[in-house]
Design a protein around this ligand. Structure first.
Ligand SMILES: [Zn+2]
Length: 237
């Protein structure tokens, strides 16, 4: 089964997380678990740029933007020109609400350059599925990936599916989300093209994340959509 990892990080993430992975380890992990390409981000976009350059065809560059740091918003076009093909937002990490109007200039640039936006979900008061739904509602022409599809809380996972059913530009990524059955539910009730695989490396491990998809109860062809086809379309490969 071919695999695209829809969401991963590189580098050391300190503080409460205390996890990390370097470039060699990431590529070795991708090779070991049959991951053809990884959508990668880190807060220093230059680091991501280097990994992209040294591993051609393996990395989908996600430019990390913080609306509270306007320089990162100003730099978006520059990174698009240098091969980045997605935007990464993390309201929890940077401390803003996902439905804030502060995000509008970022989403407007994403629309202008036809680039999808990936946004962390699952933590109050910043990144709840309903807030991401409001963001998707204001920007119907931007494809938005709700990373973690609600994350660890059953009520948020349910809300992620409900929001994606409501807004056709909302896509779900399943890393860190513990309920395999919800992958099947999303595939069947949101849309066969709108749920995709991710690892959230180094927070989670590919073996665990792969098992969640394999045990979700869907047939082989559907698994192919989740592991590969949907991300390929979302990231316009
Ligand atoms: Zn992540």
């Amino acid at each position: 089964m071919k695999i695209i990892d829809g969401h991963a990080h590189i580098g050391y993430i300190g503080g409460w997380a205390n996890v990390g992975i370097n470039e060699e380890e990431l590529i070795a992990q991708m090779d070991r678990y049959g991951i053809e390409k990884t959508a990668l981000c880190t807060e220093d976009n230059e680091v991501t740029c280097g990994v992209m350059r040294r591993n051609p065809g393996r990395i989908i560059g996600c430019v990390y933007v913080n609306p509270l740091n306007p320089a990162t918003v100003d730099a978006m076009e520059d990174y698009f020109a240098r091969g980045f093909t997605a935007v990464k937002l993390n309201p929890l990490r940077h401390g803003y609400c996902a439905d804030s109007e502060m995000l509008d200039p970022i989403l407007e640039k994403a629309e202008k350059y036809n680039v999808p936006v990936c946004i962390h979900s699952g933590h109050p008061p910043y990144s709840l599925p309903w807030q991401i739904g409001l963001l998707a509602e204001r920007h119907p022409n931007v494809k938005i990936m709700m990373i973690h599809m609600g994350h660890g809380h059953g009520v948020y996972i349910d809300a992620a599916i409900k929001m994606a059913r409501r807004y056709p530009n909302l896509y779900l990524e399943m890393s860190g989300m513990p309920m395999p059955g919800k992958i099947k539910e999303a595939y069947e009730t949101v849309g066969a093209d709108r749920v995709m695989f991710g690892t959230d490396t180094p927070f989670h491990h590919p073996t665990v994340e792969i098992q969640k998809v394999l045990t979700c109860g869907l047939a082989e062809e559907a698994l192919g959509d989740i592991f590969y086809g949907n991300a390929a379309r979302f990231f316009r490969l």
